[in-house]
Ligand binder design. Structure first.
Ligand SMILES: Cc1ncc(COP(=O)(O)O)c(C=O)c1O
Length: 341
């Protein structure tokens, strides 16, 4: 039994999901004729309280399209310094949007209106790029899945809009945040111009992300998707997996959070762990003592068929997901308890 905790992207489709995929009704989605894709887009738009949705191959693509259609070249995007859109999307903001980025400290990755306020450039000064977009991430992957409450987002959004700024959400793990806050997904549409959600992180679909936007922005989003090579043809197989994931795999996310907390409690007591971030959702990040390198640790874990991820100097990440059940949790806990480094 291999236990893979590197990411919640490693899940394989369940038998129910495979059946839904095999029964998918298909058409050419670039012609707008794939019934499953059309149904998925409609359901997502309704779910998030937005007018339109565009199915894409990845969360990187939905983020990059969102940023591209909300900015002009030479603009500046405000985001957390560890944001996925900046750290982990291959320099996409520079390449796709020709925009610069203003990196904020945040509180465990969460920005506030006050912090944003002092980082908006003077649009009359030609030295400074024009601040045009605030991009939030919820949950924040670099900060062990910390999350915003909707009321915090409402304050940021109303401030940003009062300054003429647009709002983008990287909601790769938005449903993990909603699991903790109890906020309504449908209210999110009020506060953002574009929202990216991922079906393949935690929700268990093999591939797929959806960009939510207004009817007015939708043609631009579809044009950018095409330009980036993201127009897929009989994508209904994937959309069917996504629809299944939304229907069956949101409610169970609380199990992932519970298992992550147990894992975090166990790791927090290990002699070789120097510190651990609070475990808010399904991501556990801890720092090893200086005496043990991440490579040594990962090698030792591998001897027990457990995989984790090096996530910065001395840091290790473990993420719980659909394929990490109680038996795997129990085994991982036993290994951690007995491990001497
Ligand atoms: C917060 C966040 N945003 C975006 C992405 C990008 O998703 P993808 O891997 O589908 O491009 C990820 C990937 O793990 C992520 O964690």
């Amino acid at each position: 039994m291999v236990i893979d905790l590197r990411s919640d992207t490693v899940t394989l489709p369940t038998s129910g999901m495979r059946e839904a995929m095999m029964n998918a009704r298909l058409g050419d989605d670039v012609f707008g004729e794939d019934p499953e894709v059309n149904a998925l887009e409609k359901e997502c738009a309704e779910l998030l309280g937005m007018e339109a949705a565009v199915f894409c191959p990845s969360g990187t693509m939905t983020n990059q399209i969102g940023i591209r259609i909300l900015t002009q070249p030479y603009d500046e995007v405000i985001c957390y310094k560890g944001a996925h859109i900046y750290r982990y999307e291959g320099g996409g903001i520079a390449g796709n949007s020709l925009a610069s980025v203003r990196l904020l400290e945040g509180n465990r990755g969460r920005l506030t209106a006050d912090e944003i306020a002092v980082n908006i450039n003077n649009a009359q000064d030609p030295h400074q790029p024009i601040t045009s977009l605030v991009a939030l991430e919820n949950t924040v992957v670099r900060e062990a899945g910390s999350y915003y409450r909707l009321e915090e987002i409402a304050v940021i959004s109303s401030f940003a809009r009062s300054k003429g700024l647009k709002m983008h959400l990287d909601g790769a793990r938005l449903f993990h945040a909603l699991t903790e806050t109890g906020d309504a997904a449908g209210d999110y549409g009020n506060y953002f111009d574009t929202i990216s959600i991922c079906l393949s992180k935690g929700l268990g679909a093999p591939v797929g992300s959806v960009l939510l936007c207004s009817k007015a922005l939708e043609p631009k989003a579809r044009r950018m998707r095409k330009a980036l090579g993201g127009g897929m043809r009989q994508a209904g197989f994937l959309a069917a997996a996504g629809r299944y994931a939304l229907k069956h795999h949101i409610k169970r996310l609380k199990e992932d959070h519970q298992r992550a907390r147990i894992l975090g409690d166990t790791l927090g007591k290990a002699s070789w762990v120097q510190s651990i971030m609070p475990v808010d959702t399904n991501i556990v990040i801890f720092t090893l003592n200086d005496s043990v390198s991440p490579q040594q640790f990962l090698q030792k874990l591998a001897e027990f068929d457990i995989k984790a991820l090096a996530f910065g100097p001395q840091q290790i990440r473990m993420v719980t997901h659909l394929d990490f059940d109680d038996a795997k949790l129990e085994r991982t806990v036993q290994v951690v308890k007995k491990m001497i480094l």
